[in-house]
Write a protein that binds this ligand. Structure first.
Ligand code: ACO
Length: 429
């Protein structure tokens, strides 16, 4: 049982003060690094609700105001004006690229987007019905065997090379996990397309006919990639950072991130949203779903609603809803039944006291599934698309961690609640 005491901390001089750190934006942080050393007491924060695990200059989220910015640029502006590779460069290097830097970056990505032919043979070891995220965890982890011995992660240039390799290869890896599951031949990357267009040709192209680019869908895919590219210290990013803090191989770190992203409370949610909307089927079944979501004895949650950080509209949800409308109209699917259920569900939930009180708003996943489905991406591939996008953020956070010489290995402590010390019974000896 938990004992509650009013803790009074202070050293022998009576000094209990701890420094307050000030960021550029967002809340201040109490620096508790010396807490245990000086006072012999730990901070308890399971789930890290009040913990800044690192200093970072990459992404800013203000959950109350509904703001998301990469390197200071609001996500809405990037989604409208930028392209994914430019955003990836911005995340990795801190500034928008000049024309020459942008071209050089694109050339490097194009140079590294092929997979070693031996890697392709790994796919055949998986069952055809394997989940693409399971395949991606395996294949990305396996890449560490190809780029390990000759890699020195203490060398900044080698770190950048590894980061570019990961951004370059991830669409090829994800697309191959899809084509393998359908029995179609794996497609090679084609450098005449941009990043999103190339990803789509690898997903949908056939060897017996030319791939026809649909600029509306390619733009929508590019936006999806931009919106999902980074989101500060979420579960998968923290996983990447924690794995990286031990000096692990970057491909192994990103494989760990993919594993964490897969969970339904994180990147797996858009898959769950579509399943939920299909299950609801028609608007008249919405009240039943809302009642179930509010019933504490029922594990059902309204998927695509709520967020650990956003206690206001997720800014990405607005952009993605607009993109979904555009693509549905372009494809003549204005009356998509899933979209009709989603819009009404959102409207009803946003008027419901339960959701208002708990500040549960639609998150990015609420509409992304509808959009991806309209574009012909199978539900099982949704989180794999997210992983392609988030690789840009993961490698940027990985680079930042390695550039910070003050950050040692991550090693949280615990509040031990197990048995007290006891002797091994004599009778068992
Ligand atoms: N449906 C119904 N009730 C909910 C939901 C939901 N989607 N989300 C939270 N709640 C309720 C909880 O039951 C809890 O109620 P209580 O105070 O009466 O006990 C309260 O709201 C707070 O919920 P927490 O679980 O403490 O919120 P937390 O910040 O830990 O969880 C999370 C955030 C995991 C995203 C949660 O809202 C959820 O499960 N949502 C559905 C899954 C989802 O959409 N995930 C995608 C997140 S975005 C991303 O990863 C890209």
């Amino acid at each position: 049982m938990t004992k509650y005491v009013n803790a009074v901390i202070g050293d022998e001089t009576g000094d209990a003060s701890l420094p307050i750190l000030e960021g550029t934006l967002g809340p201040q942080a109490v620096d508790i690094q010396s807490l245990y050393g000086r006072h012999g007491i730990l901070a308890y924060d399971p789930g890290y609700r009040s913990t800044a695990s690192c200093k970072s200059a990459i992404t800013f989220v203000d959950g109350d105001a509904g703001i998301l910015a990469y390197r200071g640029y609001p996500i809405e502006q990037l989604a409208e004006k930028s392209r994914f590779l430019e955003v990836a460069y911005l995340l990795m290097f801190g500034e928008l690229p000049s024309a020459a830097e942008g071209t050089a970056f694109r050339d490097s990505v194009c140079q590294h987007n092929l997979l070693h032919e031996q890697v392709i043979s790994f796919y055949r070891g998986f069952r055809r019905d394997a989940h693409p995220m399971a395949v991606m965890v395996g294949v990305v982890g396996a890449l560490s065997a190809f780029y390990h011995d000759d890699m020195d992660i203490r060398d900044p240039q080698q770190r950048i090379n590894a980061a570019i390799r990961l951004v370059a290869k991830m669409p090829t890896i994800a697309a191959a996990s899809y084509t393998y599951s359908t029995g179609r031949p794996q497609r090679y990357p084609r450098n005449e397309y941009d990043y999103a267009g190339n990803f789509m040709q690898m997903l949908f192209g056939m060897p017996n006919r030319d791939f026809v680019v649909d600029p509306v869908q390619v733009r929508a895919m590019d936006r999806i990639l931009i919106l999902h590219a980074d989101h500060e210290q979420n579960a998968s990013t923290s996983t990447v950072r924690m794995a990286a803090s031990s000096g692990a191989n970057p491909f192994a770190c990103i494989a760990a991130g993919i594993a964490s992203l897969w969970g339904p409370a994180h990147g797996g949610a858009n898959e769950e949203v579509v399943k939920m909307l299909l299950e609801i089927g028609t608007p008249e079944n919405i009240p039943k779903a809302i009642a179930r979501a509010k019933d504490k004895s029922d594990p059902f949650r309204l998927m695509g609603f709520g967020h650990r950080v956003y206690k206001n509209f997720d800014p990405r949800a607005r952009v993605i809803q607009e993109s979904a409308r555009e693509v549905l109209a372009h494809l003549g699917l204005e009356n998509d039944p899933l979209m009709a259920v989603a819009l009404e569900l959102e409207e009803i939930a946003l008027r419901d006291e339960y959701f208002i009180e708990r500040k549960l708003y639609p998150n990015v996943d609420f509409y992304s599934g509808i959009l991806l489905r309209a574009m012909g991406i199978p539900t099982k591939m949704f989180t794999a698309v997210f992983a392609v996008a988030r690789t840009a953020g993961w490698v940027s956070q990985w680079l930042e961690l390695h550039n910070d010489s003050t950050h040692g290995i991550d090693r949280p402590r615990q509040l031990y609640v197990g048995s007290g010390l006891r002797d091994y019974p004599e009778t068992r000896g």
